[in-house]
Design a protein around this ligand. Sequence first.
Ligand code: ADP
Ligand code: 5GP
Length: 201
Amino acid sequence: MTERREGMLIVISGPSGTGKGTLVKKLLDVDPSIQFSISYTTRKRRDNELDGVDYRFISEEEYDELLESGAFLEHATVHGHRYGTPAGPIDEGIKQGRSYLLDIDPQGAMNVMKTRPDCVSIFILPPSYEALRVRLHTRNTDDPQEIARRLANAKGEVKQMHHYRYVIVNDNLDLAFEQLMHIIGAERQRTTRYFPHIEEQ
Ligand code: ADP
Ligand code: 5GP
């Protein structure tokens, strides 16, 4: 038997603090065929973040230059900061079997869904707004003003959930991760991406 596989464009969104980063890290740890798309941002680097690993941290001027040169697949202003996904060789990589994962906000995700309708879009929902508040405070990476802004934006983001192909409630982390693995596993076997060929006798 011969086979050919195309990769996937996986788009993950959800309110800040819902656990996207935690789930994505677990997924990348077990599946080296998926590449994390490192976004550009004008937000300040948090102490636990690495430039070039979590984000590419750039100035407003550098961001403007990239935007003008058409370097972004999508871009948006989120919680008062600017973020953009580098277009790079994503489409070519997918044809060659590589998968890419984008952790982006609903504005950006909706643009990607329009231009790449075959993307695997997943919305991560928190069990409650109270849980979100607790998680943002426990994570302890943002000041109270930034946390308040993120919580205030959460309700608007949750309203966009129905535009996504899948939703996962991240209450129990192990269960949420299992559900994520099932989605990725099933999507990988779609006949639009997986082309096995059995020889005739
Ligand atoms: P996001 O990337 O969506 O902003 P994070 O992955 O940074 O969110 O998670 C926010 C905080 O919540 C982190 O401290 C993380 O350890 C914690 N967290 C993630 N998932 C769960 C869960 N299922 N239950 C409790 N805490 C969680
Ligand atoms: P954070 O500042 O907590 O890392 O991310 C804030 C929000 O920006 C999250 O919803 C995250 O998904 C989103 N985000 C990160 N990178 C990008 C990107 O390149 N484009 C868009 N549209 N959103 C992004």
